[in-house]
Design a protein. Structure first.
Length: 522
């Protein structure tokens, strides 16, 4: 029965894996190993024009045992011809090829195919994030609370065989990602606008936005948003923009930005003419806009004022009682939901995952001591931010509604319950002599079970089936003791285990995930 259940779970999970070939790149606990080959003329061209794509070759595998130079599962059949350019802003994250360059890979630039369904790959050098975990934490929070956002993974990059070090692999926001997130994207009627360096919904400001997806010649949806935001009719801000802006989603994104200290975003903290920055405006088929984050390395450091001003939409929201009340409620709900995400555990697991790779990184700009101190600072921020949010929420609780007979002394507004979009997340698979420990973060109360099997002579044999129960969102550890036959086999050869983890939520619903784990020869 156990084997039947195992195969049933695998079969149920298979369609999702087939539909999203790129998913292994964004698995927590795995490192992509990326090899780029550039000819002498290509390198010279990048040194002269870093923003222009040159022809190069690309190959990628997934390291699934966490040790540099260990077992790599190939995801490419061989070197692919691709377009390669450098990325970053001079004076901040840009580095030339002689340093730790950031890279953009475009798979179809020179007539090649997509890679695992992707058109592009972005590899960030993380030189402005000494901890190397800011963006992974940030995008995880956005996604888990329901804000559409990119997925992230990590990569170890080599150029012409020379180690360039540890990079963040962030999912590009293009029509491929939009179709994955929203289900469809019509380039004739919809748009993805990129807002950076002060671009905002000012009168006449439509041309300040870059059109990343959609018809560049037709910006009527963005112009309709700008007209509504800056309208002079007596209707309130919330009433004016409701037909063209999803304020439920936007206020949630702004609340998260404030909470995580994302000062270089939309609602962060207006410092100069380059803010707001690092955001997208996405229009749905009916012309209603949502907002998406981008460029989130400047996070988990600065304690932002939860009411500080920045983007036009955020500022006008705070001036409108209905919208300000909605923002307060989203912040209150986000504060509670974030506290249940196990971020301190995730920060620790990511730091442990990256440490052996950082030691092999010849171009990192911080020492291991500095990296460790930065991770500790992030963990302090995570621990201290709830109390700071509580203080602001108590001081800015929306007033009671006014009735025809005077002030209504009703109960305080109840913040919404934000339910994470996932039920579980594998925080880590830790290998110890004689056992595996599966650290699983549950976003809901429920029962989590593991089913670990090993392929022997073409058949899968059960290794263990640990079970745990959580009465609320929590991180639990499933301990899998390796039986004698597995320990004996390890003396002869490396072993590849299949780990299926399933949660059954107390409130209903199930979710399963499958991971391959390699045990090196003992």
């Amino acid at each position: 029965m156990l084997l039947a259940l195992l195969f049933a779970v695998v079969l149920l999970a298979a369609p999702a894996a087939q539909a999203d070939e790129a998913a292994p790149l964004y698995e927590t606990g795995a490192i992509a190993v990326v090899d780029l080959i550039l000819s002498g003329p290509a390198k010279a061209a990048l040194e002269a024009e870093p923003d222009e794509y040159v022809e190069g070759t690309f190959e990628l595998g997934i390291d699934d045992d966490g040790v540099p130079g260990g077992h790599v599962t190939e995801l490419t059949s061989g070197p692919m011809t691709v377009g390669i350019r450098l990325k970053g802003t001079v004076g901040s994250s840009f580095r030339p090829l002689t340093g730790k360059s950031s890279f953009k890979i475009k798979f179809k630039q020179f007539g090649g195919p997509k890679f695992r369904g992707l058109k592009k790959l972005t590899l960030n050098n993380m030189v402005e994030d000494p901890s190397m975990i800011h963006e992974a934490l940030t995008y995880s929070v956005f996604r888990d609370l329901g804000v559409p956002a990119s997925r992230t993974g990590y990569a170890f990059v080599r150029v012409n065989g020379e180690p360039y070090g540890v990079y963040l692999d962030i999912e590009d926001v293009d029509d491929v990602a939009l179709k994955r997130i929203f289900g469809a994207f019509d380039e004739e009627t919809q748009h993805l606008y990129e807002g950076e360096n002060g671009a905002d919904v000012f009168p006449g400001g439509a041309t300040a936005f870059e059109v990343d997806e959609g018809d560049e010649a037709n910006r009527s949806d963005l112009e309709a948003l700008i007209a509504a935001v800056n309208g002079s009719e007596p209707a309130s801000f919330s009433t004016r923009v409701a037909p063209v802006a999803d304020l439920e989603e936007m206020t949630l994104m702004w609340a998260i930005e404030k909470y995580i200290g994302r000062w270089d975003g939309y609602a962060g903290n207006h410092k100069d003419a380059n803010q707001p920055n690092n955001y997208f405006l996405y229009s749905d088929p009916t012309g209603v806009f949502q907002m998406m984050p981008w460029g989130s390395d400047e996070t988990w450091e600065e304690r932002l004022d939860f009411g500080g001003h920045d983007g036009v939409l955020f500022n006008l929201c705070l001036e409108d009682p209905a919208c300000a009340s909605g923002y307060w409620q989203k912040l209150s709900g986000a504060r509670t939901a974030i506290a249940g995400l196990g971020l301190d555990d995730l920060a620790t697991e990511l730091a442990e995952l990256l440490e052996p790779w950082q030691e092999e990184d010849p171009r990192k700009e911080q020492s291991q001591l500095q990296i460790g101190a930065a991770v500790t600072a992030v963990r302090h921020f995570i621990a201290e931010r709830p109390a700071e949010a509580d203080s602001w929420l108590q001081a800015h609780e929306p007033p009671a509604k006014e009735s025809g007979k005077g002030r209504e002394e009703g109960p305080a507004p109840t913040p919404p319950t934000l339910t994470p979009s996932r039920l579980l997340q594998i925080a880590a698979v830790v290998k110890h002599p004689g056992q595996l420990r599966l650290r699983v973060h549950l976003f809901v109360a429920g029962r989590v079970s593991g089913a670990v099997s090993v392929a022997v002579d073409g058949n899968h044999r059960r290794v263990c089936a640990p079970v745990a129960t959580a009465e609320s969102a929590a991180t639990v550890t499933l301990t899998c003791r390796l039986p004698r036959f597995v320990r004996q086999l390890r003396h002869l050869q490396p072993l590849k285990l299949r780990v299926v983890t399933e949660v059954r939520a107390a409130a209903g619903g199930t979710e399963a995930t499958t991971r391959q784990v390699t045990l090196p020869r003992d």
